[in-house]
Design a binder for this molecule. Structure first.
Ligand SMILES: C[S@@+](CC[C@H](N)C(=O)[O-])C[C@H]1O[C@@H](n2cnc3c(N)ncnc32)[C@H](O)[C@@H]1O
Length: 225
């Protein structure tokens, strides 16, 4: 039984802490701030596809998904969001999270729909956002998707806590699923992560990280890769 502890981060938004692995779902320097910086600004908004397919590794609380849905509606940018997780949070934990209150507006309805829709079925959440939640273990074979992606959010627990998720084979599979001109973003800036991403074919750049982190990584797949 996992013990999820609710924590309030520096920008007032919640995250979850798991004492068994001494790890939290987001940065304590601001969960919403981190997600906006790493995944929305440097991933979703950086990629210029008119109707992107986003793949998220690690659905967790649904915060990245909610922020992407809000952007898709704001920009009227038809977005398909595929997200994978092998450990679904209990509803009583999700209901304590304050993202809908912090983000206001349509966030309340979107957050509730994101969590209500069934797993394993691609389902419209709003006019410009459709969601396919996939219950699968990324470290095991058999989860490959049919769709190729424009943007990959890699949001696993840290490489020190969960090294199996940061292996070269996983990055190679994700690279094969990335469309030309597609991007891969992650909050980690570890040298070994950067080297593995480069080895599988991404052109990797170090970007300024969110508050409390000097750097993050973005990989790009060129047309000729
Ligand atoms: C850092 S949290 C993700 C935070 C999330 N993106 C959010 O917005 O709240 C990491 C997530 O990866 C999931 N995870 C861990 N191991 C996994 C695996 N082998 N396959 C798929 N998901 C995994 C965890 O269950 C957890 O939800």
């Amino acid at each position: 039984m996992i013990d999820y502890q609710l924590k309030t981060t520096s920008d007032g938004s919640h995250t979850l802490y798991i004492p068994q692995i001494d790890e939290q779902y987001h940065s304590l320097n601001g969960a919403v701030t981190e997600s906006l910086h790493v995944f929305i600004e440097n991933g979703y908004l950086y990629n210029s596809s008119l109707s992107p397919v986003v793949l998220e590794v690690g659905f967790g609380t649904g915060l990245n998904c909610l922020l992407t849905a809000l952007q898709a509606e704001k920009l009227k940018r038809a977005t398909t969001y595929l997200t994978i997780d092998n450990n679904l949070l209990p509803p009583e934990v999700i209901s304590q999270l304050n993202y809908d209150k912090i983000l206001q507006g349509s966030a309340k309805n979107l957050f509730s729909t994101i969590h209500k829709i069934p797993w394993e079925v691609k389902t419209p959440v709003s006019e410009y956002f459709e969601l396919h939640k996939i219950n699968a273990d990324v470290t095991k074979p058999g989860w490959q998707l049919k769709e190729l992606c424009n943007i990959i959010y890699f949001d696993a627990f840290g490489p020190d806590k969960q090294p199996d998720m940061w292996k070269e084979e996983i990055f190679r599979t994700l690279f094969e699923m990335t469309l030309p001109e597609g991007v891969f973003v992650t909050y980690s800036a570890k040298g070994e992560v950067r080297r593995r991403l480069t080895k599988v074919g991404y052109t990797v750049e170090r970007l300024t990280g969110p508050p409390g982190k000097k750097e993050m990584l973005r990989g790009r797949k060129w047309r000729i890769n």
